[in-house]
Write a protein that binds this ligand. Structure first.
Ligand SMILES: [Zn+2]
Length: 208
């Protein structure tokens, strides 16, 4: 397990190697990111990447990029995968929301393109989301993943492979995280709780 939990926030050992970075995946106990330094999107399960230069609402989109120090780019999820990206050579970061639609649309690699990064420079941590144990889909969604009929889809593996195919070194991807639906004490899950599900906040920032 490459995620370590402290006070309800899960941090990736892969990203902790960068001392100038602050990051984490919130769990059921809400993570407290500084509200006055917080940039957020209206998420629409699309593939639009937005670049943030100041705190506050950033419009519609599903990936938020910044190079501004002390600005927390944030993403809310409950089963969809949160991905946190960093390019140390350019000191740019991104927070990405990838449900099955965003996964199929390749939003993590679109975020790398929007960062203007060489994929070989990018490090990625994938946070808690719905696992292949619980993400059963019908034929229509399965076909989007090159399968057919009722299937269990592994969004973690699919996103990881897509990043590798794009040129991100496998050793720079922390691609395993707990299943949100399987861990009711730790995580919110839309598939488990439906409309009553809360949301978890993932964030990344360049320290001032
Ligand atoms: Zn599960």
């Amino acid at each position: 397990m490459t995620l370590t939990a402290s006070e309800g926030v899960y941090r990736s050992s892969l990203l902790l190697q960068f001392p100038w970075l602050d990051h984490g995946f919130g769990g059921r106990k809400a993570a407290k990111w500084p509200p006055e330094r917080h940039a957020a999107l209206v998420q629409v399960h699309g593939a639009t990447v937005v670049t943030a230069s100041e705190p506050g609402p950033q419009g519609e989109g599903d990936a938020l990029v910044t190079s501004v120090p002390n600005l927390y780019v944030t993403i809310r999820t409950a089963d969809c995968l949160p991905l946190l990206l960093v390019d140390p050579s350019q000191r740019k970061v991104a927070a990405v929301h990838a449900g099955w639609r965003g996964t199929v649309a390749g939003i993590p690699t679109k975020a790398i393109a929007a960062m203007g990064s060489d994929p070989s420079d990018v490090w990625v941590a994938i946070g808690p989301g719905i696992g292949p144990c619980c993400f059963e889909v019908g034929d229509e969604v399965a076909r989007e993943f090159g399968a057919s009929g009722r299937q269990c889809i592994d969004l973690f593996a699919y996103n990881r492979q897509r990043l590798i195919d794009f040129g991100v070194p496998a050793l720079q991807i922390a691609g395993e995280a707990p299943c949100t639906k399987c861990s009711p004490d730790e995580f919110h899950s839309f598939r488990r709780s439906r409309e009553a599900a809360g949301r978890m906040h993932a964030a990344i920032a360049i320290r001032p």
